[in-house]
Design a protein around this ligand. Sequence first.
Ligand code: RIB
Length: 331
Amino acid sequence: MATLRDVARRAGVSIATVSYVLNGTRSVSPEVEARVREAVRALQYRPNRLARGLRRKRTHVIGLVVPDSANPFFAEIARGMEDLSFAHDHSVILCNSDGDPAKEQRYLGVLIEQQVDGIALVSAHATPAHLSMLRQRRIPFVVVDRDLPGLEADCVLADNFQGGYLATRHLLERGHRRIACIAGPSELTPSADRVRGYRRALEEAGIRPREVWVQRGDFRAESGYEAARFFLSLPAKLRPTAIFACNDLMAIGAMRAIGEAGLSIPDDIALVGFDDILLASYVIPPLTTVAQPTYEMGRMAGDLLLRRLGEPDRPPARLILPVRLVVRQST
Ligand code: RIB
């Protein structure tokens, strides 16, 4: 029996476009509509309602997989999603992948065995290939925080490029010219986009970003500590007077290295983080950071997933939420 994917392939359009045409949920060009309808006729496609009818009984349980359950950012994502889901009579199973693709794969299998109705995923992978196991089983899913190139699925992201740009421009406005960046895992879109924003702000100010000023961390405090120690070891003319860390935990790690070196924040080294976890306003000095709408991201992920459960063929939604700079004493 022809599937939605077969029709899309024959018509040379996306699955979403076929859905728009068949459900009339969005206007497409007459030429595209004609191609889709010809493909439906030629393949004798009928919406797979029977398969939907045979779908597993609803368990009213959904899964959430995060890469580091000890990171307050993901705890906040979980809170937002769980609050919304529980209010809509769904329980949430939280899984920690430790940022390990193999462990993530295992947990996706566990959630499938548990017959969850759907899964929200902060992916440890950099590509969507591993999601095929969900698609094959027609398990609804939503991708949160980390974009996956070429993915056609519901996703809830933050505007990471803008965040990196705002953080760096703020340091430039504070008069800094030697600005370093502690990046997260470069294969993950949040870090890559923040570093792009950092580079754009420097280039706009006529500053050539030195490669020595970008050190890669892993979004954990220890890596921020090590990266800051490296920056402080640079020769005076290269040593940064400001650091943009691509998340708050690495910024807090950097604070310790700066303090151990007997230097003061912001007088010797200004510091900006990213996320605005609760701790950011309690460290001394309180941390300037880029606030993500974290709780809201979790809620919207839950909302998209529950909507998907009700309308399996609805077109995928791609939500990119704004971030904002929160200026505190560290700059
Ligand atoms: O702090 C964890 C980081 O990983 C956050 O910045 C979040 O965007 C995730 O990608």
